[in-house]
Design a protein around this ligand. Structure first.
Ligand code: ATR
Length: 285
């Protein structure tokens, strides 16, 4: 009798440019896993129906992207402590007929920094630009990994203050909100942009700090991966800083999701290559 494949997917709105299908399918091919992974464009008002459909079809799991990462939490049976702390879900897996919401974004970010640059974030002074969902996941994972101090700079200061307060409930590292344009007096080891500034379509917008304080003792990281070298990363290279692009986080969060679904780590280099090829196709089409 033929064995049916495991069903997986990413749901978002829009989802057409997601690199996840290419990444995951490449991993299944490489490990000869019988599974399919596709993208579903789900309008917010259809999210509940979609989750029910996926339950009925016994999906092994799925990824969740913008704008559903928070709204989905109420539609699942349970969320992991990470997802609850972050207030967002990017990965859902099925366990004993229950749908569990998890979040691998922040851990994916830290894994990418470690694997690509061999950087251990323990003891580091970190400045994050932005105070949205991505910042929250990354900040949570950095605090868990034992950073020394965290500063958050955001266009709207009150959002940075709010995030600082929330993080302080769960973590003991000193965390401060800074006004736009301010750099910490003590200097920093790692700067991370989590805003869309620098992304295609947002190129003319301004980061919440000037880049004239970048230097060769810093690691500068941008979670934007279209384009591969953002204006921030270009300025960091000029200043002699080590740079870290956003594709690694995307690949590693996907690899950690894969591990939840199949119980083994996938070949991360295969997933990364597939994502790069997909981006190449976009550029030439
Ligand atoms: P994500 O889940 O990707 O983090 P988000 O929750 O919408 O998305 O958060 C986006 C972050 O980028 C926010 O911190 C936002 O700043 P505000 O809170 O002030 O809105 C920041 N951001 C978005 N566009 C920006 C811009 N043009 N300049 C500076 N910051 C920007």
């Amino acid at each position: 009798m033929a064995e049916f494949p495991a069903y997986l997917a990413v749901i978002g709105h829009p989802v057409a440019h997601s690199l996840s299908p290419a990444m995951h399918l490449a991993a299944y091919r490489s490990l000869e896993i019988n599974a399919c992974y596709t993208g579903y464009d789900v309008e917010p008002e259809r999210l509940r129906d979609m989750v029910n459909a996926m339950r009925t079809l016994h999906f092994r799991g799925f990824n969740v992207t913008i704008p559903h990462k928070t709204a989905i939490m109420d539609l699942l049976d349970e969320c992991t402590p990470e997802a609850l702390r972050i207030g967002a879900v990017n990965t859902v897996y099925e366990k004993d007929n229950r749908l569990i919401g998890d979040n691998t974004d922040g851990l994916g970010y830290v894994a990418s920094l470690t694997h690509e640059l061999d950087v251990d974030v323990k003891g580091k002074r970190v400045l994050i630009l932005g105070a949205g969902g991505a910042a929250r996941g990354i900040a949570d994972a950095l605090c868990l990994a034992g950073i020394d101090t965290l500063w958050i700079v955001n266009r709207h200061l009150e959002k940075a203050v709010h995030l600082t307060e929330q993080l302080t409930i769960h973590h003991s590292a000193p965390i401060f909100a800074l006004e736009t344009g301010k750099w910490p007096d003590t200097g920093i080891d790692l700067l991370i942009n989590t805003t869309p500034v620098g992304m295609h379509g947002h190129l003319s917008e301004e980061l919440p700090i000037a880049t004239d304080r970048l230097n060769d003792r810093m690691v500068v990281s941008d979670i934007v991966y279209r384009p591969k070298v953002t204006p921030l990363l270009a300025a960091a290279e000029q200043a002699g800083a080590k740079t870290h692009g956003g594709l690694g986080m995307l690949v590693e969060q996907g690899a950690l999701a894969f591990e939840k679904w199949f119980g083994v780590m996938p070949p991360v280099s295969v997933m990364r290559e597939a994502a790069l090829q997909e981006m190449q196709k976009e550029r030439s089409s």
